[in-house]
Design a protein around this ligand. Structure first.
Ligand code: HEC
Length: 109
């Protein structure tokens, strides 16, 4: 049952997330900004609801390593056992993911 649900989900999002060679900023705006905001502040309706942190704040930048950020993007994020950020590992290439981590680091004030 779980497999069927997950399959349906990945088919459903396959088209809009097929970003190909899009640049990192476009990927961020299209896939991440709905929660994390364009400026990384997390001040969106979804971001506030899900408790997204302000990545302009050096404290939160220091709270995760590059490797942890990559893993979060690949495997998603769970908060109290509930998926709050879905995995992007099958949608984004390794170089896209590494580019996103760099991009997130650039929010730091
Ligand atoms: C549906 C909302 C949502 C979307 C869309 C989303 N995220 Fe997240 N993300 C979250 C939440 C919730 C957290 C956990 C709270 C936090 O650390 O800010 C999180 C955490 C993170 C973290 C920190 C992980 C850690 O180890 O602390 C990174 C990095 C991240 N997201 C990157 C991305 C990238 C890149 C994208 C787009 C490809 C993206 N997110 C899309 C909700 C989302």
């Amino acid at each position: 049952m779980k497999t069927i649900v997950m399959l349906a989900t990945s088919v459903g999002i396959a088209v809009p997330l097929n970003v190909g060679a899009a640049d990192t900023r476009t990927i961020w705006v299209q896939n991440c900004a709905s929660c994390h905001a364009k400026d990384g502040s997390g001040s969106t309706m979804m971001g506030r609801k899900l408790g997204v942190k302000d990545y302009r704040d050096p404290t939160f930048q220091g709270a995760f390593s590059d490797a942890e950020a990559e893993r979060a993007i690949r495997e998603g994020v769970k908060t109290n056992g509930k998926e709050t950020m879905k995995p992007f590992g099958t949608k984004l290439s390794d170089s896209d993911i590494k580019g996103l981590v760099k991009y997130i680091r650039s929010f730091k004030k």
